[in-house]
Every structure is written in structure tokens, then in C-alpha cells.
Design a protein around this ligand. Structure first.
Ligand SMILES: Cc1cc2nc3c(=O)[nH]c(=O)nc-3n(C[C@H](O)[C@H](O)[C@H](O)COP(=O)(O)OP(=O)(O)OC[C@H]3O[C@@H](n4cnc5c(N)ncnc54)[C@H](O)[C@@H]3O)c2cc1C
Length: 304
């Protein structure tokens, strides 16, 4: 067998022999042979899972297997019972030992309105390739909420909306969207007259849809999901985040369960909050927002 470590000159130029190691057990496709798995979102959008790593796993295992496999480099072989694999994944999640979760990756094809893409792109750890509106004409797809989903500006959350607004005002808003969409005809005709696509697109509203391929590892996807499935995130991006979670959950069920138990449904307590629980006294701050947050936590904890 030729080795790439050989010192001899002739051997150094020869192709090394690649040792092929068969899998320990027959392999199965975690996407069950699907080309893509897609969930429609909003009026024209979707989240489609197009690939993942590991795509092939030993029969009887899930893609969680890759997390356990890499963690055992640091924790040693031990036994390989499925129940112990679950315990290890849950331990890693509880103790924020994040790198084993980076061994699993998912690639999605997503279509979403530009105002959602702007929030999404803030998640810097993904690899992204977006539709080019310099190169191609923007398709005629604009986001319109249902009339009853036009929401009022929230009084408690300056960043969000909450209850539906009255029908009259909602209809007025729909007319505003109509006007913005009418710009599309002008956009098309001006590109036909020769205006550069890269400039003509400046007239399109942020409700127009864009598309991208988005690849990310599971650790950073969980971070994305914990922020964007949260009720404080804009409702429209929650729709996409929840669809993404539905697609990956059956592929990494053990990690997803640990994520729900130790991240998504968990709660962080500050030092002041721990003091308040211990002493039974009010929170030692006059910051109104912090007090309101503590009241919400007390409610969840059944302390009020
Ligand atoms: C409800 C909500 C409201 C928001 N409102 C606003 C707003 O008003 N204005 C606004 O601008 N943004 C806003 N954001 C965006 C927010 O500030 C973050 O940019 C976004 O959530 C991405 O988070 P991240 O940086 O943790 O994620 P990622 O970019 O995915 O990064 C993941 C983690 O990697 C690490 N990391 C990544 N890149 C670096 C780096 N260069 N240096 C150091 N560490 C790095 C950090 O630990 C980070 O937490 C909002 C987000 C949410 C969820």
C-alpha cells in the first residue's frame, strides 16, 4: 500500500491508496429518499429542506448519531446504547457543549418577503446564496396579510403588533399595499425600456418575495429558532421558523427534545430574581420593564 507519509521520491508522486471502510450497519436516508421536503408559508412563501448532513445514518439511528459520534471523541467510547446516546445529547445541551451539534447541518431553500429576509440575514453563522435581482427580473409575488391579521401597534411592545385593528383601517392598509404592488407594472415596463434591473428594483416595496439557499449547523439553527420561534419575534418570521423546526425535528428527534426541554421552554433567572425567590421580597429594582419581565416569569413559575 502506498502511503502519503512515505519519504521516497517515487512514492511521493504516486497516488495514495484510499482505505475504504464499510459502515458498521446498513445505512438509511434520513430524508427517506425525498428530493426536497417543503412546507408552504404565508401567501407565496415556503421553507424546503433540500439536504442535510448526515444524510445517511446506520439503520435504527437518527441524525443525532453524528452528535454522539463526535462527542465520544472527547468523552471516550463507553457503551453505545440508544438510551445512553439520548442521555449524552441531553447532557451536551444542558451544559452548552455546543460543538457536537455543529456536526449536523441542514440546507434549506426558502422564499420569504424581503422584510423578513432582512431579519433573517442578521443570523451571521449561516451560508447564504440569494436570488439576484440584478441578474433576473423580480417575480410578481407580494406579501399581503389576511384582512383579519392586520394588527395594531402594541402598547406594551414598541417593536410589535398585537390585536387586530378595526376593519376600516385594515382595508385602508390593503389599499396602500395595492398601490405599492401597482409599481410592479412600471418596474417591468421600465426594465423593458432598458433601465438596469439593479436600479429598477429600487422602486419595489419590501413586501416583494426573495429566495435563498440557507445552510447552517444545528447549534446555530437552534439559536436562530430560539429567537425566531419566540412570541416576541415578528409573527411572519415565526411562521417560517416553526416550519423549519417541523422539517428538522423528525431528523434529529433527540436533539429537538433536548432543545425544547433545556432551551426553548426553559427560563433564565437573573441574580436579582433568584434573590427575590429566596427572600420572598419584591424584585430589588425600580426598572419598570425588568419588573414586568419578572412578573411574567413569576406567572410561568406559578408564584402568583
Ligand atoms: C425580537 C428581536 C428583535 C430585534 N430587534 C433588532 C433591532 O431593533 N435592530 C437590530 O439591528 N437588530 C435587531 N435584532 C437582531 C439581533 O440584534 C441579532 O442581530 C439577531 O437576533 C442575530 O443574533 P445573533 O447575533 O446572536 O446570531 P448569529 O449572527 O447567528 O450569531 C450566533 C452567535 O455567534 C456569535 N457571533 C456571530 N458573529 C459574531 C461576531 N462577529 N462576533 C462575535 N460573536 C459572533 C455570537 O455569540 C452570536 O450570538 C432583533 C432580534 C430579535 C430576535
Amino acid at each position: 500500500m502506498t502511503s502519503i507519509q512515505t519519504n521516497g521520491h517515487a512514492a511521493a508522486h504516486a497516488a495514495p491508496t484510499i482505505k475504504i471502510v464499510p459502515p458498521e450497519a446498513p445505512l438509511r436516508d434520513v430524508m427517506n429518499g425525498a428530493g426536497r421536503m417543503e412546507i408552504p408559508c404565508l401567501d407565496h412563501g415556503f421553507v424546503a429542506l433540500v439536504d442535510c448532513m448526515p444524510r445517511l445514518v446506520p439503520e435504527g439511528k437518527t441524525a443525532d448519531f453524528a452528535i454522539v459520534q463526535s462527542a465520544r471523541v472527547s468523552y471516550g467510547e463507553g457503551t453505545k446504547q440508544v438510551s445512553e446516546d439520548r442521555g449524552l445529547v441531553r447532557y451536551l445541551m444542558r451544559h452548552r457543549h455546543s460543538t457536537p451539534f455543529e456536526m449536523v447541518e441542514f440546507k434549506f431553500h426558502i422564499a420569504m418577503p424581503i422584510f423578513i429576509a432582512r431579519q433573517w440575514i442578521r443570523h451571521r453563522t449561516a451560508n447564504v446564496n440569494e436570488y439576484s435581482a440584478r441578474y433576473s427580473i423580480v417575480p410578481d409575488r407580494f406579501y399581503r396579510p389576511d384582512l383579519e391579521s392586520v394588527r395594531k401597534q402594541s402598547k406594551s411592545n414598541r417593536q410589535g403588533g398585537d390585536e387586530p385593528i378595526d376593519v376600516g383601517t385594515a382595508e385602508e392598509f390593503m389599499k396602500l399595499l395595492d398601490n405599492a404592488e401597482h409599481l410592479y407594472k412600471d418596474y417591468l415596463s421600465l426594465t423593458e425600456k432598458g433601465v438596469a434591473r439593479e436600479l429598477a428594483r429600487a422602486a419595489l416595496p419590501v413586501s416583494v418575495y426573495t429566495e435563498w439557499y440557507w445552510k447552517c449547523d444545528l447549534h446555530n439553527i437552534f439559536h436562530f429558532l430560539s429567537l425566531r420561534m419566540d412570541p416576541h419575534a415578528q409573527w411572519e418570521i415565526q411562521v417560517f421558523a416553526k416550519a423549519m423546526y417541523e422539517l428538522l425535528k423528525p431528523i434529529v428527534p433527540v436533539s429537538a427534545e433536548a432543545f425544547e426541554d433545556y432551551r426553548l421552554e426553559s427560563m433564565h433567572l437573573t441574580r436579582l430574581e433568584i434573590e427575590a425567590v429566596r427572600s420572598g421580597k419584591p424584585l430589588a429594582t425600580d426598572n419598570k420593564r425588568e419588573q414586568a419581565e419578572w412578573e411574567a416569569k413569576r406567572e410561568r413559575l406559578g408564584l402568583k
